[in-house]
Design a protein around this ligand. Sequence first.
Ligand SMILES: *Cc1c(COP(=O)(O)O)cnc(C)c1O
Length: 479
Amino acid sequence: MKRDQWTVTLNLALRLGLKHLQDMDVRPVAAFTSLETLRQRLGRALSDEGLPPDQVIDELVRDADGGILGSTGGRFFGWVIGGTLPAALAADWLVSTWDQNAAIHACGPAEAVIEEIAGEWLKDLFGLPATASFAFVSGTQMAHVTCLGAARHRLLMRAGWDVEEKGLFGAPAIRVITSSERHGSVERALRILGLGKRSVRTLPCSQAGQLDPSVLNQAFKGDAQPTIVILQAGDLNIGACDPFAELIPIAHEHGAWVHVDGAFGLWAAASPRYRHLLRGVELADSWTNDGHKWLNTPFDCGYAFVADQQAHRGAFSHRTSYTMYVDGARDQIDWNPEWSRRGRAVPTYAALRQLGRNGVADLVDRSCEYARALVRRIGALPGAAVVWEPTINQGLVRFLDQRAGATDADHDRRTDDVIARICATGEAFFGGTTWRGQRCMRVSVCNWQTDTADVDRVVAAAGRVLGEFSATENGPDAG
Ligand SMILES: *Cc1c(COP(=O)(O)O)cnc(C)c1O
């Protein structure tokens, strides 16, 4: 009986899962079922009696229909999402099947070793110090918490304050210096760690979205306070990377801890073609990155790396009397903020084995090339303008209201309208952003499946959408 339940239920999930993946080319990329319908379908009363497991799965898939974004396919360019590689997805299924608690080595020896190896491989690919410690967390948000927790430990220890023992009440203040292009997850991490938003000093960026060394130097003038400098390897609008080789020595001269948000941009270090953009990044004290973005592992999968192992361990390690420890083994709980957790490193291990070093570089190079092609070609359509041509895999396009006397507000409205209409065609998914005061369409490419046929198809769809306006608006001198 139990055996039959496994067979029927898992075969059904395999069949329905494959159908989802294989129908990607013929289904709309955007969701098309309304909130109301989803609630109505899924929100049935919880019954007193249970159901056969295969019926549960069958109804789950039917009820969710139209509410699943096509983000595993090659025409999804919203946010910075990434799809999933076959080996990574299959490995993720096995993680759920094995159902180990990856809190400590004794709870799942193989997964603990896989995590050790995957962490070493990642440091090697990114060119980070071989001695750095690491943690596999839910994403860059928690990687920030992990890295900045280590920073808090070290900086306060240096100031004679044991924060793990005494907490933050009465502790010396920590100042955080960062740039205007930081991601919102940085602030949330500071809130969680008790450092607060007010500890943040935001410095302006150059036209290229980079922090200027002289501006950073100036920020240190005056007081000598424990300081964390947070730099960016790939911001979410234009993929800008700070000039690490110049900035990090300045911060270190003033005793600061340097943390790098490399959620997706750190992957550029894995490509010989783009590595130069990250020159000097290895000099930092901590780094974050996501597997679930550019590496194409399933959610959720983020990485924290810390150069100062003692600080990392000092902030997170935990020993109890009821757990078993194995000599010489790496217990994940010593590096991670979670207790019980899934074997998150397994899909990363599988993804890196599927791609190899060259496959990772190729994924990075192709994504950048397609991002550039999409921005150039959509930007060249009538009624469109290139706002940022990608340096890596992120770019911006704006759509212009062609009527005489149209204002910036009209162009903003037009941009949001065109984004919505492109999504409504079902041919592609894009999101919007406000960048330097203007609404723009973000083009983010980080899916291993995107190819030239996808690019052609999406440019054609954008062309058709823009054509809907041109009939009424294009006078003889509009262009
Ligand atoms: C996505 C992203 C984050 C947040 O990462 P999560 O994995 O969603 O927690 C932080 N910074 C940057 C630059 C990002 O792109």
